[in-house]
Each structure stands twice: as C-alpha cells, then as structure tokens.
Design a protein around this ligand. Structure first.
Ligand SMILES: [Zn+2]
Ligand SMILES: [Zn+2]
Length: 438
C-alpha cells in the first residue's frame, strides 16, 4: 500500500471488536484486516480520515458518487476481503477472483480452500449475516426519508410498555404503512443499483422493521431513562443532553427524529434533546439549544459541537442553555482504550459531581461489564443496569471480523447518579432525595 496508516495510539489494545464511529473505528477495523481502512478510503475516493469525516458530514456530498450504483458498489467494496485468510483484493493475483458466500451474500473468499476451511465457523453466523447484508442496504431508505414508517401516539401509559411486543400491540397493523415503501420508487431504485437480486417482500418487511427499531431505539432509550429516574414530563419541561453524539446521529438529522418521545408522553410539557459532541454536524435541523422552552407536547432537537465539559462551561454555566434533567450517552466507548477513557474523564467527573441523572448504553455484554467496572472505579452511584427492552433488533456485524456474534445498538444500559455514599443516606419521603455531603 502506498501510504502508511497513521500510528496507533499508545494505549491501543488490539482485538477490539466494537463498532465505533470515531477515528478509533478505523484502527479497530485494521486490527483484524491490515489495510482495510485504507481500502475503505480508496474505494470511497478519499485520501484520509479527515476526508472521510467531511464526506460523512455532507461537506463533499455529490462530489464523490455519480450514481446510486456507484455509491452502493463502493460500499460493497469495503466488505471485499477474504473472511478466512483476510487477504485484500489488492493482494490477489486476480482482484476479481473473490467469491461471495451464496447463502448470505455477505462474506467473500479468495479461493475454495478458504471458503471450506471457514465454513465450520461461518455456518454459525451465515443466517444472521444474510440479514445484516440486507439491512445495510435497506438502511439507505432512512436517508431518502422513506423510513422510518409513521408511528402512532401511545394508547397506554409509558410505564406499562416494557418491550417491543408491547409497543407493537399499540401500533395496530404496520402492513399498510410498509406497503407504499415496498412499492415505492426508492425501494425499486435501491435493488436496481446493487449487485444482488431484490429479496422477497417478506424479507424486506422484516428488514424495514429492524432498521426502524434501530432508529426508534434512541428516543425509546431516552424514554426509558426518563422512567428509570422517575422524571415527570407532564409536570414540567425536560432537557435531555445526548453526550458524545456521533455524526451518524446528527448527519441528516430531522426535526422529527425524536417525535417518538412525544408519542410516548402525549401532552407533555416540552422535551428538548440537545446533541453534544465534537462530531455533531451542524445542519438545518440542528439549532443552538434553547434558553426557554418551546410549546408543550413538542420534542425539539438542538446541538452543540464540542466536548461536553466545554459545553457545560461555555453554555450551561452561563445560563445560555437549560441544565439537563437527564444525560444519555449512546455507546460512549470509554471502556475501549485508555485514551478514549481519558477523553471521557472530565465529562464523567462532571456528571458525577453535579449529580446529573445519567444513562449510558453499550453494544454487548463485554462492553457493558468493562464500562460498569470503570464507573465503579470512579465511585459512581449505580442506580440501575440491565438489558435494554428497546435495544435495536438490527444485527450489527463486526466489519473486519464478521464470524462473531453480532452486536445491537443500545443492547445494555447503565444508569448512574452522583457519588456512591459510603453509608447510604435515607432519602426523605416524597422529597427531592437530597443527600447532604459531609
Ligand atoms: Zn483466503
Ligand atoms: Zn454465508
């Protein structure tokens, strides 16, 4: 390869298999397939991570791809490496010789021998990886606005809805909402542009459902946090900060993205979700946080590009934005490396010392355990932990290492608030739960 890949951070631990949206994501990809991140950049016509990020932020949109076919081809190229020996196309005598598993249409092999030797392992994951391959194409329908399909105001109190099944039971028949998408022009365009046949309609319905659960998992997880901390959106407006928000959450964000919260708490006093993070993309939907609350029963999205403790010092402390009633971090990933952990430390200490009700989510159980350990070392008062009933149903493949159990967005959660008291002070009944510090 022509250019070296930037040196790994010192604290980098090889073998990471988490899904990251930040720069470390590129390193973790390379930990299994050397040069894969380079391939991704090449295929996407980008010279470095900076370019990649700019494109993700939409700054070079339109310049990179000339057609949907080209876009989908290049996306698919980033998955082309031998799943067994990890060879990249560039390292093969005939780069076109990579063959795809005909069952999942997801994994590639350089030769028959590699495919054979990988099968005992791959057969455990082949079925799931078939869904993954469909989902990553159907996901495009979020960017076209076809998905998510419309959802309805909850007919039962949020406290009684504890699973996707409960949620579905309130929605009625989804089929009439899915049919126009299924027969729509974007769905047709999608399968005309990719290098595989259109799956059966039923496969597509299920895929649309999984993609939507990932989209809805964010507002529903925030809603779960509101419930777990006994916050009452009917008695006053609530401000929720989403800390470490990634470009994927703010790129192409729409003002309606958090509307499920309004479906969940119909007639609430106003909910504002402020995305804060260095990767926040400033778009038309993302406006500065409110000083005053908007009308009732509406969910607002605002954003601040920068680190959370800076936001706190520069905006919240000065009274230019409301203090948070709840802080949520989707997959902060501070467990992954020491340097990421250090980056998060000021935020974690701030949340602890200001006793902000906080909730973080993780992609899988090992991430959850590592994260919990770090929070306990910081003497956080852990209020609740568990498997998120509103985790995404869409499996997420570990790109460089596909033959592994998939992970799911917002699979596990940890709620924490303040410092763990040596001796728990009893909270005054019905009061604000104030505990005086010695
Ligand atoms: Zn091979
Ligand atoms: Zn397969």
């Amino acid at each position: 390869m022509a250019e070296p890949i930037p040196a790994l951070p010192q604290s980098y631990a090889p073998g990471l298999d988490s899904v990251f949206s930040d720069q470390l994501g590129f390193y973790s990809i390379d930990s299994n397939v050397p040069g894969l991140s380079k391939v991704i950049l090449e295929k996407l016509n980008m010279k470095d991570y900076g370019d990649y990020r700019k494109a993700m932020e939409g700054k070079t949109r339109g310049a990179t791809f000339h057609s949907h076919k080209e876009m989908f081809d290049k996306m698919e190229d980033t998955f082309k490496f031998c799943a067994a020996c990890k060879k990249l196309p560039a390292h093969l005598p005939d780069p076109k010789a990579l063959k795809r598993c005909i069952k999942c249409l997801n994994l590639y092999y350089c030769c028959k021998e590699c495919q054979k030797s990988d099968w005992p392992l791959h057969k455990k994951f082949c079925k799931k990886l078939r869904l993954v391959a469909i989902d990553r194409l159907v996901e495009w329908l979020i960017s076209t606005g076809d998905l998510p399909f419309p959802t309805q105001t909850w007919t039962r109190p949020a406290a009684e809805i504890n699973s996707w099944e409960d949620w579905l039971a309130m929605q009625g028949d989804l089929a009439p909402r899915m049919e126009p998408i299924l027969s729509g022009k974007n769905m047709t365009e999608l399968w005309k542009s990719v290098s595989r046949a259109r799956p059966e309609d039923n496969d597509l319905r299920e895929s649309m459902w999984r993609v939507c659960t990932e989209f809805l998992s964010r507002p529903l997880t925030i809603g779960l946090g509101i419930k777990l901390f006994n916050l009452d959106p009917y008695s006053r407006p609530l401000t929720i900060h989403v800390v470490g928000a990634a470009h994927s959450e703010t790129l192409g964000a729409r003002v309606t993205d958090m509307d499920e919260l309004s479906n969940m708490f119909p007639g609430h006093q106003g909910l504002e979700v402020v995305m804060v993070g260095p990767e926040v993309v400033e778009g038309k939907a993302i406006r500065p946080p409110l000083k005053q609350f908007g009308p009732r029963a509406k969910s607002y999205i605002s954003g601040y590009r920068g680190l959370y403790h800076q936001f706190w010092e520069d905006v919240v402390e000065k009274g230019e934005a409301a203090k948070p009633d709840l802080v949520v971090g989707f997959h902060p990933g501070f467990h992954a490396t020491q340097s990421l952990g250090e980056g998060w430390l000021p935020t974690l200490l701030l949340l602890r010392d200001y006793e902000v009700p906080s909730m973080f989510t993780m992609f899988n159980e090992s991430e959850y355990e590592l994260s919990l350990q770090i929070l306990l070392e910081l003497e956080m008062h852990i209020k609740a932990t568990g498997v998120n009933p509103f985790r995404a149903q869409k499996p997420e493949q570990v790109q460089a290492c596909p033959n592994k159990p998939p992970v799911y967005c917002n699979w596990h959660y940890i709620c924490f608030q303040g410092l763990l008291e040596r001796e728990e002070l009893e909270e005054a009944e019905g009061g604000e739960g104030e505990a005086e510090q010695a």
